[in-house]
Design a protein around this ligand. Structure first.
Ligand code: SAM
Length: 351
């Protein structure tokens, strides 16, 4: 691993994502009455979900967040219980803070979060869901203006994280497939670090139109070796859920799975595993929940942001590794932190 000398921008993304965590907290206290439900004693995840009428995704965003906030905890038998702090959000505790937190309970973001938690997403999404193309429905990623806005919106993050990811991904002669690669920066940086390798950037056509422009900017940057990257990149428009995925030695899924529900993640893991040559590697760059699903706070806040904007949430490394193993890959035990609360994990296809 190369030394990372760049400043970690996590303080900025943590404050950005904290807004969604705040909405979760106030929706839980004042609209879902989570703390009143648990006042009588611990409940299993399923019992609490049933009492609150929450879908699996809503529950798996909300409960880890309240644990990370130290308001709930998993007890010795795996049930969810109020912590000492959590009791101060029940009305029978004297004193309690529900009057004080209640001053913000009608904030529009809080009201909408309560709706989305109950509905497992927005009631209506006429333009489709951010970053998601699924089936025949409309997708912002197929609209020229919206896909440009979303793709360029991710460009700064990708520019910052991609050199760190490239320094940690395997160095090898061969082919990288960057699925749902967006701006393409992860591809361009990896090719710069692997001067005899080739790569394919796979995404929606309107996104790739932006990526082509960004590649041009990259090759003209004057960085040593950047000019030679252009001829080694292939742009492949398609739908990763249904179209053929080309064979590759390394497949990168950066900020990809977190846009999708669990069943789609499992489907994608199988498709990606099938695209790997024997000995090939599947790398996931994402923000991971702890395996016990009780934090960290930066990632539960991020999970709330993804819950708001996409069909997905943050998952634990254990969840990823179980999908990768079910798909016939051998997950390694390596956890590589990058920056901004992201990290890398990877699995290998048996030779
Ligand atoms: C959150 S972005 C991640 C982009 C990039 N990997 C990064 O980390 O900056 C998700 C990407 O998935 C792409 N995407 C969504 N649905 C897709 C589909 N069905 N087939 C191919 N790409 C898809 C979007 O167009 C978008 O570029």
């Amino acid at each position: 691993m190369l030394p990372i000398t760049q400043l970690d921008l996590a303080p900025i993304t943590r404050h950005l994502r904290a807004m969604f965590g705040s909405r979760l907290l106030l929706a839980a206290v004042h609209h879902l009455n989570v703390f009143e439900e648990l006042k009588g004693g611990p409940l299993s995840v399923t019992e609490l979900r049933n009492q609150l009428q929450l879908a699996e995704r809503s529950a798996m965003v909300l409960f880890p967040a309240l644990c990370a906030m130290e308001l709930l905890r998993f007890d010795e038998s795996g049930q969810l219980a109020l912590t000492e702090l959590g009791h101060y959000l029940t009305q029978t505790q004297t004193p309690n803070l529900t009057g004080y937190t209640g001053l913000e309970k009608d904030d529009p973001g809080v009201l909408e979060m309560a709706i989305r938690l109950r509905n497992d997403g927005p009631l209506q999404a006429p333009e489709g869901i951010s970053f998601v193309k699924e089936g025949e429905g409309p997708s912002p990623m197929d609209d020229p203006e919206l896909s440009r806005k979303f793709t360029l919106g991710l460009a700064g993050r990708a520019r910052h994280l991609s050199p760190i990811a490239a320094a940690n991904l395997s160095k090898r002669e061969g082919h990288l497939l960057d699925v749902a690669g967006g701006t393409g920066f992860y591809t361009y940086e990896w090719l710069l670090a692997n001067p005899t390798s080739t790569a394919t950037l796979f995404d929606r056509p309107a996104v790739l139109a932006v990526a082509v422009e960004l590649l041009e900017e990259f090759v003209q940057s004057g960085r040593p070796g950047a000019a030679g990257v252009k001829e080694r990149v292939t742009f492949m428009p398609g739908d990763m859920l249904t179209d053929d995925i080309p064979q590759t030695d390394i497949l990168l899924a950066a900020s990809l799975f977190h846009d999708w529900p669990t069943s789609t993640c499992q489907h994608l893991a199988h498709r990606f595993a099938a695209a790997l040559r024997p000995g090939g590697e599947l790398w996931v760059h994402d923000a991971f929940l702890d395996d016990d699903l009780s934090g960290p706070l930066a990632v539960t806040d991020y999970s709330a942001q993804l819950f708001w904007n996409t069909l997905g949430r943050c998952y634990s490394r254990a969840e990823y590794r179980s999908w990768l193993a079910e798909a016939g890959l051998e997950p390694t035990a390596t956890n590589i932190p990058t920056q901004m609360d992201y990290g890398l994990i990877w699995a290998v296809k048996p030779a």
